[in-house]
Design a protein around this ligand. Structure first.
Ligand code: HEM
Length: 422
């Protein structure tokens, strides 16, 4: 097969070879993929749940068992340095070198370095620490809805789903909330840069914005070093565990990760979740009638259309997966979004939204194994509070125009959800 050059192949203007009609290989350019990628995932799974992608130069996994296994398999690395050369890996690396980036974030490290970094970050995100914040988040959401209610309509993402996690995270971190509007651009750029396919121009623009964000965080860290207060950033700047400290570069890399992870996916959880409920009015009414279902509902919304679609791993030993022998150095894209729709795990109604699905919490949106999401409790708690408050205080909640999608493939999210009430 003729392989497109790595640059051309990463170009967003690329068009599906068959015009988007029922492809059976991974193709984010297929018509309709933005709005609903799960049909394509099903076709991929039915054709071969572990298949080589000529687009990604890696294996795309779409079955629950395989994805679950890869996430927890200690022979699977998160470190791109372990990958064999390929046009895609070379491109990722050259972009990293251009930026002088050492990939210091815990997300891209393996144990023991990963475990060392995670130890510095975990205390504020335990279930107990997050539950202690619930009442203040409820107050904040109630105040936001009080201000919005008289308007009778809002654009959910910009009016609530984005500002809420920003405000909460700024408060936890001890960073002024006024930086919020600028952070929107920064975090969106980093989220976009995670896409499996992104052109050089788009990537360069994202990296420029990331540079600005890092400068800001360096300045904030400096300020906390000089004037510590009772917040996560001060704690991180001064943290010492058994005589070990984070270097400045390590600190900034973890902050960027926390910041992006703390905002974009939570916004997407609330936004995608509400979009799903609006498309299923009977489920929305059910939740409105019985708010005690909210924890299960949020788990089901994560399963049904959560933000995270792919987690990358590198095989470090020869691995047998789905009847394929995968050599060390090959890249695997574990399709967590696809796995969450696998009928072999979820039954014939895998593509349906059922807010009382008893085992929905077994979804793979938060990954699994040593890299399991650190912010899972925080994201869930915010979504539970936001949905409960909206359904409880905005009578006759309904769609107020078409929903638009961000077009991102890794961190999938709605771009806008116009809603009205009253
Ligand atoms: C709905 C919201 C969220 C989703 C779907 C999500 C998803 C994920 C996934 C799949 C991973 C594993 C990545 C891998 O294995 O390579 C992960 C890791 C991580 N997440 Fe989240 N996340 C969410 C919200 C948050 C929030 C609010 C925070 C804020 C603290 C956060 C912080 C992190 C961190 C620090 C890691 C790296 C953990 C490690 O490598 O040990 N996430 N997240």
């Amino acid at each position: 097969m003729l392989r497109p050059s790595p640059r051309a192949w990463q170009d967003r203007r690329h068009v599906s070879p068959d015009g988007g009609r029922g492809v059976t290989t991974f193709d984010p350019f297929e018509t309709g993929f933005d709005a609903w990628p799960y049909d394509q995932y099903r076709r991929l799974r039915e054709a071969d749940p572990v298949q080589w992608s000529e687009l990604l130069y890696g294996w795309v996994l779409t079955g629950f068992e395989d994805v679950n296994h890869v996430l927890r398999d200690p022979t699977m690395s998160s470190d791109l340095e372990r990958a064999s050369a390929s046009p895609v890996v070379d491109l990722f690396r050259s972009r990293q070198v251009e930026r002088g980036d050492d990939a210091l974030t815990l997300v891209l490290r393996d144990d023991p370095e990963h475990a060392r970094l995670r130890k510095f970050l975990q205390a504020p995100f335990t279930a107990r620490a997050i539950e202690a914040l619930r009442a203040s988040v409820e107050k904040r959401v109630a105040a936001a809805l009080d201000a919005l209610a008289p308007r009778g309509r809002m654009e959910l993402v910009s009016d609530l789903a984005y500002p809420l996690p920003v405000a909460i995270f700024c408060e936890m971190l001890g960073i002024p909330d006024e930086a919020g509007p600028r952070f929107r651009e920064w975090t969106a750029a980093v989220a976009r840069s995670l896409d499996l396919v992104i052109s050089d121009d788009d990537h360069a623009a994202c990296m420029g914005l990331l540079g600005e964000m890092e400068e800001y965080l360096v300045a904030m860290a400096e300020a906390k070093r000089a004037w510590p207060s009772d917040d996560i950033l001060s704690a991180l700047v001064h943290a010492e565990i058994d005589g070990d400290r984070l270097t400045e570069a390590e600190l900034i890399a973890q902050l960027v990760t926390l910041y992006v992870a703390g905002h974009e996916p939570t916004t997407a959880l609330v936004g995608n979740g509400m979009a799903a409920l609006l498309a299923h009015p009977e489920q929305l009414e059910r939740l409105q009638a019985d708010p005690s279902l909210v924890a299960t509902a949020v788990a089901e919304l994560l399963r049904y259309d959560g933000p995270n679609q792919f987690v990358r791993r590198i095989a470090t030993v020869p691995s047998e997966i789905g009847g394929h022998t995968i050599p060390p150095g090959d890249v695997l894209y574990a399709g967590v979004g696809a796995a969450n729709h696998d009928p072999a795990r979820w039954g014939d109604d895998a593509d349906e939204l059922r807010i009382d699905r008893h085992d929905a919490a077994q979804h793979l949106q938060f990954g699994g194994g040593i890299h399991r999401c650190l912010g899972a409790h925080l994201a869930r708690m915010q979504a539970e509070v936001a949905l409960t408050a909206m359904l409880g205080t905005l009578p006759g909640l309904r769609a107020d125009g078409p929903i638009t999608w961000s077009g991102r493939t890794t961190l999938r999210s709605v771009a806008s959800v116009p809603i009205a009430w009253g």
